[in-house]
Design a protein around this ligand. Sequence first.
Ligand code: ZN
Ligand code: ZN
Ligand code: ZN
Length: 557
Amino acid sequence: MSESTPSIADVAEHADVANDSAATPDLQSHSAASDASVSIAKQSFLGRVAASILGGIPTLIVLAAIGGLAWWGHHHEWSLPKFSDLTGSEKETGVLWCDEHGVAEADCISCNSDLMPKGELFGWCKEHGVHECVLHNPQLSQLSEVPEINQDDLDRASEAIAAYPRTKNDPGCKMHLRRIQFPSIESIDQAGVDIKLVDRGPVVETIKTTGEIVYDPTRVARLSSRSGGTVWKVEKNVGDKVQQGDLLALVDAVEVGRLKSRLLQALAQLELDTKTLERVSRLGGSVIPEKKIQEAEAAKSETEYEVESAVQALSNLGLPIQLDDVKGKAANAVGSKLRFLGLPQSIVDSMKQANESANLIPVLSPRDGIVVSRDAVAGEVIETGKRLFTIADTSQMWLLLNVRLEESERISLGQKVVFTPDGSERETVGTLTWVSTEVDSQTRTIRVRAELTNDNGRLRNETFGAGEIILRDVQEAILVPNEAIHWEGCCHVAFVRDKDYFKDGSYKVFHTRSVRPGAVMGDNTEVIAGLLPGEVVVTKGSGILRAELLKGNLGAG
Ligand SMILES: [Zn+2]
Ligand SMILES: [Zn+2]
Ligand SMILES: [Zn+2]
């Protein structure tokens, strides 16, 4: 055949090259003589146009296009190309040929059911959602020895089914009963059929979310001034590590001075009241009227109360003072201690020389952590309640994620979460510890929280990024190349090579297998049920098997 008269073989060959197929079948020599190619060849111009248009289109579309072309041709007195034409079968003269199944009539396993009996059928497996389930009936697999299905395989399958809602197969489908027969191994190679071994490999399934890192609020202390005054000194800055009790700042508060002198006055008064009461009590009721004694007792009690309330007021400002510290002590003795109340020794030493204010309140860190904000500025006049510092323990951070409502039922506490900050590739792993019971009415999302350890301090507050909640992370899942699995509108199927394929005199058969696909991992698809490792499936060039599967009477084979 010359180059100027492209045939259907040219079209198919062209398509295979364009499809980057590993196999380059030489269909021309086998199908050139067929009626279809000859009749198309007559329309050499049309054929050439078709060839150039179809050049960049995958084989399947090409096959569909050929079908369309053939239909058009049929109405213009062309004939439809047969399966046998496409597979390049070596039709021998004098042999009765089964045109429907593309093999010699005497060898056709579809027409002669006793040639290759199907064996016992088990029907629909409700648990795994496939027909003729090889997980439950491993003897149905196309392996030379019946494999052992262990509990891990069954557990993996049920976990995969539970983890995510997936497309289901139609229990009423009959496609899995079809077997597709080729006349010879050569004819299969010529048709560009490629195969791969069913294998095992890792599968990870996640829910993708967005979220942000924030401080764990249970590990954050916000310090405000307990009294109005002037910021006298600032000791710590943002980023400084602090320990519980460390001095952060000193506030010069008039209120403190007032309370201290009130306490000292009360203590001095108490000394007087105590002496008075002692004196009148000693003289007794014969000299001093009973009423005077009672008055002295009342005066002392009142002063005691005044001491207590002054101590309490100082304590309320955060100063370390208790009633026992001053009770029964002279004002003079308490005075010098009171002046430097709560101040670290280093500050006290510097102040002794300078004779500074006695009005200072120390602002101390209530916990170990890092100064994450500082609002105190030396010299600033502040009011009560003014925020001075925020101290956070950043060794553990919160990751808040927003999960879409429809995916929320897949998540549970304890699941692993991987967070990647925007603009970074550094992943941080945490564990889901909380799921909100509320739905955000605006975004229809649910808030979940994971705790992230941050020992190296790399995680920062208000970091936005992507969070993946790990639903499944398994190592030994059953995998096939994506192109091995076909959705036929009602169910997923794969074509499994017969286990006796290479045996002398065996029928060259591919079994249509009902499969339940799981996660897609790049170029591979997980098979939850329907295939077992070691089985051989068709990958490239499966279009020809699919075309055969879809034509004719389903279930007849
Ligand atoms: Zn037949
Ligand atoms: Zn099953
Ligand atoms: Zn189906």
